[in-house]
Design a protein around this ligand. Structure first.
Ligand code: APR
Length: 235
């Protein structure tokens, strides 16, 4: 049925969360038993508070994540989505992920709601750096300021350009497919509802139940995203 919806839809938007990248080897945040936030309190590590008052733990945590993003790569599910954009089967991706794997796989129209680990910027002067150049050294700018990943920390506002793009895409969607997100973090989790309110069909693919399942036209639990996308890829 969803394969038919994909064929019928003139405007399909994909929304992804950390579950999109676990098959690449990256941990997610809330998977029962092994998500990152089941072992650490995000407010102690992924917040401006941590950046200002717990800098060693902050740098340790993000140096590891930048290292992982450098070592791992997109999996078959990312490549299906890139192929679908090329062929006009989907129009865009709205992602909460900061690994850059959608762009690495070849997708061009990607709204990164929570920024990216691929870039760093200086806390003091704002100078931008490519995180891959700074993986093995102290995170300090030429000006002496602290370099931080260009991601959105808890308590910070989302990048306006990506937010506005995501809003426009959600409003245009005829089919909106959420992949690998618990849909528990605002304002990101509003986009599936905005799409639904604008007449889209909403599909949720997630190993575990999500907070928005009750609003979906179709929900798939207990399956690996890579397998589901491969199965749908029979155009
Ligand atoms: N296939 C299908 N579902 C999966 C897979 C997989 N291979 N791997 C994990 N999942 C599911 C998990 O069951 C989980 O419910 O993906 C979901 C990921 O949810 P979260 O870990 O909450 O990640 P996400 O929704 O992206 O979190 C949103 O929270 O901490 C912030 O900024 C961070 O962007 C992140 C935001």
């Amino acid at each position: 049925m969803i394969h038919d919806w994909l064929k019928e839809s003139n405007y399909t938007v994909i929304f992804t969360g950390a579950g999109m990248s676990t098959e690449s080897g990256l941990p997610d945040f809330r998977s029962t038993g092994h998500g990152l936030w089941t072992k650490q309190d995000p407010s102690q590590i992924a917040s401006t508070e941590a950046l200002n008052n717990n800098i060693d733990a902050f740098i340790d945590f993000y140096q590891t994540r930048v290292q992982h993003v450098k070592e791992y790569q997109p999996h078959k599910g990312h490549h299906v989505l890139a192929d679908w954009e090329q062929r006009g089967i989907i129009q865009s991706i709205i992602t909460q992920n900061v690994d850059g794997f959608h762009q690495e796989a070849g997708n061009r129209l990607v709204a990164e709601l929570h920024g990216t680990l691929q870039k760093l910027h200086c806390q003091s002067c704002g100078e931008k750096y490519n995180s891959h150049e700074y993986i093995d050294r102290d995170y300090y700018c030429h000006c002496g300021g602290i370099l931080r990943p260009s991601i959105v920390l808890f308590g910070e506002t989302l990048p306006q350009q990506d937010f506005q793009m995501a809003l426009a895409e959600a409003e245009k969607a005829e089919l909106f497919i959420a992949l690998g997100s618990s849909l528990s973090v605002t304002p990101a989790n509003q986009f599936p509802l905005i799409a639904k309110d604008n007449g889209a069909r909403l599909v949720i693919v997630n190993r575990e139940p999500t907070e928005l399942d009750k609003f979906a036209d179709q929900v798939i639990h207990g399956r690996q995203i890579g397998d589901v996308l491969e199965e749908w890829n029979s155009f």
